[in-house]
Design a protein around this ligand. Structure first.
Ligand SMILES: CC(=O)SCCNC(=O)CCNC(=O)[C@H](O)C(C)(C)COP(=O)(O)OP(=O)(O)OC[C@H]1O[C@@H](n2cnc3c(N)ncnc32)[C@H](O)[C@@H]1OP(=O)(O)O
Ligand SMILES: O=CC(=O)O
Ligand SMILES: [Mg+2]
Length: 527
């Protein structure tokens, strides 16, 4: 191994094919070149938050108006296998799910090393093994007497690395942790770019949680460097950026501009967006959101956000991808299943009618519904020519909706928060809870919402004031609910008490932690 590189995680069979000297040296080189910038951009995030906490508003960046006003620039056109992306399935990089997703009939598969994966060392490195085999077209599995192999026609593979905030604690360069994003991106592009190109595709990425155009510039510089180190032409790497933070929405056009040689699309990551709205306005009692379930895509600020993303993309020749309805198929209850399908169908009809070029589904059983809607409402491969009228103002994007604030909403946040974090601590990053898909982003909404309700002394519609005593009482009640639901044995081993501790600590903290995964990673996964 090159001098200065240290791997502190376990080396299980197969990992040596990913953690090769050459691949690690590649990651280390990116680390040397770009870690100082990442650190400084993370520092800038703290400064921006302090500015908003001091009562300053959020608005479009004045210094970038020339980019927004210049009518002439466009992003590089999409490659052939990202031209029609009407249905994209997402999922963790578990071997069976990777095969099932690639075979699902969706146009693309967003393979998630981010919020649908708990970032344990094993999940991250085994995920790379699975993606390497997927990129090579050779992935297969024998599981419970069933053989899994790839169909002749599979979805286009797009990998989602971790966001800028997370470290990979198990790879050190000169004693310093590398960024999770650079670890995930670097290993994936190093091992798979050539194989993907040979199969008529390419190294494609979804980039999560960007908050500033300078963060997009960092990705662009990393792409340019990676391409030249791997002797790939400029524009070989292609990115789709999730517009899933409120600050990111105000910089959507600048993000396209910074990445114009590499970007093909933006995506509306609605769950992180709601989380980011709460985080941005954490100190503003006038911006407190109602129950999580009441913040749908049809409330005004969310509808304006989606239209803003479509408009911005199509003005610049980029695809505008829709997002994820949390409804998933319901087993053993036909009526509930029909309701879930109807909710997904309505969500996809809204997206296709607005001008989105495609959408996300969480489960293979939903591919057909999304496909039917987009085939019906979008007969062309995309609808780049559809530009929603109007433009978004800061008030459009930031005015909170009315809606209920209820004890049931508070209780659901705590129940789901405990259930999700327990699964995450067991190594599972996406789970079905109460017939909805939950991942790190939805859990972030639950815990930030309660933090904000508590510090804003919200009085619920039933008259209860949200305070530490109420949070403690309901947390204890919900621990009992989980114990009854999963049984004493699984409750004892399934990390529920640890999850409640993580959740309660975050909700009762004086300061809002920027991400729940940061303290939880340090405490449970980094060692
Ligand atoms: C906010 C965001 O970031 S959204 C994007 C991140 N979130 C995700 O990607 C969530 C993806 N979805 C999932 O992880 C899962 O569908 C869950 C956790 C929601 C539900 O999981 P389960 O209830 O275990 O699914 P279920 O039991 O119905 O699975 C049935 C089959 O479908 C497969 N399957 C389910 N979801 C997926 C998927 N997303 N991709 C591929 N295969 C899948 C299962 O592997 C299983 O296959 P098998 O029959 O060969 O054994
Ligand atoms: O990543 C998607 C989201 O909704 O968040
Ligand atoms: Mg997200």
């Amino acid at each position: 191994m090159a001098t200065g590189i240290e791997i502190t995680g376990a080396l299980r069979p197969g990992y040596e094919t990913i953690l090769t000297d050459a691949a690690l040296a590649f990651v280390a080189q990116l680390h040397h070149m770009y870690e100082p910038t990442r650190r400084s951009l993370l520092g800038a995030r703290e400064q921006h938050q302090a500015w908003w906490n001091a009562g300053h508003g959020i608005d479009f960046a004045g210094e970038m108006s020339s980019v927004r006003d210049d009518p002439f620039w466009q992003v590089r056109p999409a490659p052939h296998d990202l031209t029609d992306r009407r249905v994209e399935i997402t999922g963790p990089c578990d071997r069976k799910m990777v095969i099932n997703a690639l075979n699902s009939g969706a146009q693309c598969f967003m393979a998630c090393l981010e919020d649908a994966s708990a970032p344990t060392w094993d999940v991250m490195v085994q995920g790379q093994v699975n993606l390497r085999d997927a990129a090579a077209g050779t992935i297969s599995l024998e599981d419970k007497g069933k053989s899994y192999t790839l169909n002749p026609k599979t979805a286009t593979l797009i990998a989602r690395p971790r966001g800028w905030h997370l470290d990979e604690a198990h790879m050190l360069v000169d004693g310093e942790r590398v960024s999770g994003a650079i670890f995930d991106f670097g290993l994936y592009v190093f091992h798979n770019a050539r194989a993907l190109l040979a199969r008529g595709s390419g190294p494609y990425f979804y980039l999560p949680k960007l908050e500033h155009y300078l963060e997009a510039r960092l990705w662009n510089n990393i792409f340019t460097t990676a391409q030249s180190m791997l002797d790939l032409p400029l524009g070989t790497i292609r990115a789709t950026v999730l517009i899933e933070t409120l600050p990111g929405a105000f910089m959507a056009e600048e993000i396209l501009y910074e990445l114009r040689d590499h970007i093909t699309a933006l995506n509306c990551g609605r769950w992180d967006y709601i989380f980011s709205y709460i985080k941005t306005f954490q100190a503003d009692p006038d911006k407190v959101l109602p129950d999580r379930a009441a913040v749908t895509m049809t409330v005004p600020f969310m509808a304006k956000y989606a239209a803003h993303v479509v408009r911005t993309c199509h003005k610049r020749g980029a695809h505008a991808m829709g997002g994820m309805s949390a409804f998933i198929p319901v087993k053993d209850d036909e009526a509930a299943n029909e309701r879930a399908f109807a909710a997904v169908r309505a969500d996809k009809e809204r997206e296709a009618s607005l001008g989105h070029d495609g959408t996300w589904v969480a489960h293979p059983g939903l591919v057909g519904i999304a496909r039917e809607v987009f085939d019906r409402l979008m007969p062309t491969p995309n609808q780049l020519s559809v530009i929603p009228e109007g433009h978004a103002t800061a008030a459009d994007l930031t005015t909170p909706p009315d809606g209920p604030k209820t004890l049931a909403g508070l209780t659901n946040n705590i129940n789901v928060g405990i259930g999700y974090i327990a699964a995450w601590l067991r190594g599972q990053g996406a789970v079905p809870l109460h017939n909805l898909m939950e991942d790190a982003a939805t859990a972030e909404i639950s815990r930030t919402q309660l933090w904000q309700w508590r510090v804003s002394d919200v009085v619920l519609d039933g008259g209860e004031t949200v305070d530490a005593a109420l949070i403690d009482r309901v947390t204890d009640e919900q621990l009992a609910v989980w114990k009854a639901a999963v049984g004493d044995n699984f409750f004892a081993t399934g990390k529920y008490l640890e999850a409640a501790d993580v959740f309660r600590t975050l909700v009762l903290a004086d300061e809002l932690a920027p991400f729940l995964t940061l303290p939880a990673y340090e405490h449970y996964f980094a060692g």
